[in-house]
Design a binder for this molecule. Structure first.
Ligand SMILES: [Zn+2]
Length: 112
């Protein structure tokens, strides 16, 4: 991890001191909060039609999906209630009647 350069003189040799950054060259001190205010971009998950999905939405499956590690198939048109958005390749966590908890890809569902 590297500290930000001094905001006064541009020195690279700044160091952390408690909740502050300190510049040894010009003695400038400033709070770290300005660096920590960086916020994560809000991730948007969209269905096959580009509609934004949210936790708790109900979606319907738009193609037959094989359930990994089993012979079960989630049939096209299956309604999935109360989805949860997740990180990763399968960006929807859900529970499907008769199958259980599984992950879906947002590109294979549409919001209903
Ligand atoms: Zn400085």
């Amino acid at each position: 991890m590297s500290n930000p350069p001094c905001s006064k003189c541009g020195s690279q040799f700044t160091y952390e001191d408690g909740a502050q950054y300190v510049c040894p060259e010009c003695a400038h001190e400033w709070p770290q909060a300005t660096a920590a205010e960086h916020t994560e971009p809000v991730r948007v998950v969209r269905d096959s039609k580009g509609t934004e999905l949210r936790d708790g939405d109900t979606v319907s499956v738009i193609k037959d999906l094989k359930v990994k590690g089993s012979s079960l198939v989630v049939k096209v048109g299956t309604k999935v209630k109360n989805i949860r958005l997740a990180e990763g390749d399968h960006d929807i966590d859900c529970r499907i009647d008769g199958i259980g908890a599984m992950g879906l890809k947002s590109e294979f569902v549409k919001k209903v």
